[in-house]
Design a protein around this ligand. Structure first.
Ligand SMILES: O=C(O)CCC(=O)C(=O)O
Ligand SMILES: [Fe+2]
Length: 320
C-alpha cells in the first residue's frame, strides 16, 4: 500500500485535461488506500504557523479555563475535550489527547437548530486570546473551500455531476479540530497510542500534522503503515460517509496515532461534512443494475450522531 503525494494546483486552473489527471490520481488513491497527500493547495505556511500558535496557546491555558468550555456543556458537540473524553478504539482505554472542536457558529435562536438537528448551534470559545474566534472562523471557511475543491475532483473521478457535492455545504456540519497529544513517558516499554484505531465519519478529512510523526494507516493485511508528515502537504482520507455514497468504491480506512517515542504532538484535522439533511445514499453509478447497495440511505446528520454516540462516553450516557 502506498500513500501518493498529489499536486492539486491544476484544480485551480481552467485546464480540464490537467484537472482530469488530478481526478484520476485521487480516484486511484481512494480505491487503493483511501489516503493521499496533497500539495499545491492555497493554504499558506504563514497561516499554518498562525493556527499552530493558536492551538499551542489554547492547550497551554490552565485546565480550569479550558473546562469552562468543555464539550460536555455543549448541546451540539463543540468545545474542549479533555484527556480520555474520546475512545476511538472500543478495545482500548480512552485516547491520550485533548481536543478543541469548532464548526458553523449559529446563534442559539437560528431556525435550523432544534431537536431534529442536534449538531447545529453555537461554538464555545475561550475568552483569550481576543482574536481566537476570528482566526478560527477564517481558517474554517478557507479549509471548507479547499475541501469543496477536492470534492469537485472526486465528483469528476466518480463520473457524477461536478457540482454534486458543491451545493451540499450551505450549513455544513464540517468541524475544525485542534488536537494535542501530551508527552507520555513509556511505562514497562509499553508502546503508547494517542488516538485509537478508527475510521473517520464524514466525507473526507484534511489533516495537518506537526513534524513529530505517529499517524499510521492499516493496509488490507492488517499491517500498520506510517503516514509521516510532509512539509507543506496535508493528508487527506476518505470517511465513512463517502464510502457509503460510493458503495465502498472508496475506502474509509482505519488509522491511528501511535507514538513509540511518547513525544508531544499537535495536529489539526478538518472534517469535511455536508448539511445535516443531506441524503447519503448509494450514487447511481456505484451500484450495478439490479444489485442492492451495501448501505441503507441515511441523512448526513443522523449518521454523524450515530458515530459520535459510539465514541464519547458522555453522549452514550445521555442517549442511553
Ligand atoms: O492526529 C492525527 O494525526 C489524526 C487524528 C485523527 O485521525 C482524527 O482526529 O480523526
Ligand atoms: Fe481520524
Amino acid at each position: 500500500m502506498n500513500i501518493p503525494l498529489i499536486d492539486i494546483s491544476s484544480l485551480y486552473s481552467d485546464n480540464e485535461t490537467e484537472k482530469l489527471k488530478v481526478a484520476e490520481a485521487i480516484d486511484a488513491a481512494c480505491q487503493n488506500s483511501g489516503f493521499f497527500y496533497i500539495q499545491g493547495h492555497p493554504i499558506s505556511n504563514a497561516r499554518i504557523n498562525e493556527m499552530r500558535e493558536l492551538s499551542k496557546a489554547f492547550f497551554a491555558l490552565p485546565e480550569a479555563e479550558k473546562v469552562k468550555i468543555d464539550i460536555t456543556l455543549s448541546a451540539n458537540h463543540r468545545g474542549y475535550g479533555k484527556m480520555k473524553a474520546e475512545q476511538l478504539d472500543p478495545e482500548r482505554p480512552g485516547d491520550i489527547k485533548e481536543t478543541f472542536d469548532m464548526g458553523l457558529n449559529l446563534a442559539p435562536d437560528h431556525p435550523l437548530i432544534g431537536p431534529d438537528r442536534p449538531l447545529y448551534g453555537p461554538n464555545q470559545y475561550p475568552q483569550q486570546p481576543a482574536d481566537f474566534q476570528q482566526k478560527m472562523e477564517r481558517h474554517y471557511w478557507d479549509m471548507l473551500e479547499l475541501g469543496k475543491t477536492v470534492l469537485s475532483a472526486l465528483a469528476i473521478a466518480l463520473g457524477i455531476d461536478k457540482d454534486f457535492f458543491a451545493n451540499k455545504f450551505e450549513h455544513p456540519l464540517s468541524v475544525l479540530r485542534f488536537i494535542h497529544y501530551p508527552e507520555v513517558p513509556q511505562v514497562n516499554g509499553e508502546k503508547h497510542i494517542g488516538a485509537g484505531a478508527h475510521t473517520d465519519y464524514g466525507c473526507i478529512t484534511i489533516l495537518w500534522q506537526d513534524e513529530t510523526g505517529g499517524l499510521q494507516v492499516q493496509d488490507t493485511t492488517g499491517k500498520w503503515i506510517d503516514a509521516p508528515p510532509i512539509e507543506g502537504a496535508f493528508v487527506i482520507n476518505i470517511g465513512n460517509m463517502m464510502a457509503r455514497w460510493s458503495n465502498d468504491r472508496y475506502k474509509s480506512t482505519a488509522h491511528r496515532v501511535f507514538s513509540p517515542s511518547g513525544r508531544e504532538r499537535y495536529s489539526m484535522p478538518f472534517f469535511v461534512e455536508p448539511d445535516f439533511d443531506t441524503d447519503v445514499s448509494c450514487l447511481e453509478n456505484c451500484c450495478a443494475p439490479g444489485e442492492t447497495p451495501k448501505y441503507e440511505p441515511i441523512s448526513a446528520g443522523n449518521w454523524m450522531i450515530y458515530c459520535f454516540n459510539n465514541t464519547y462516553a458522555y453522549r452514550a450516557e445521555e442517549t442511553a
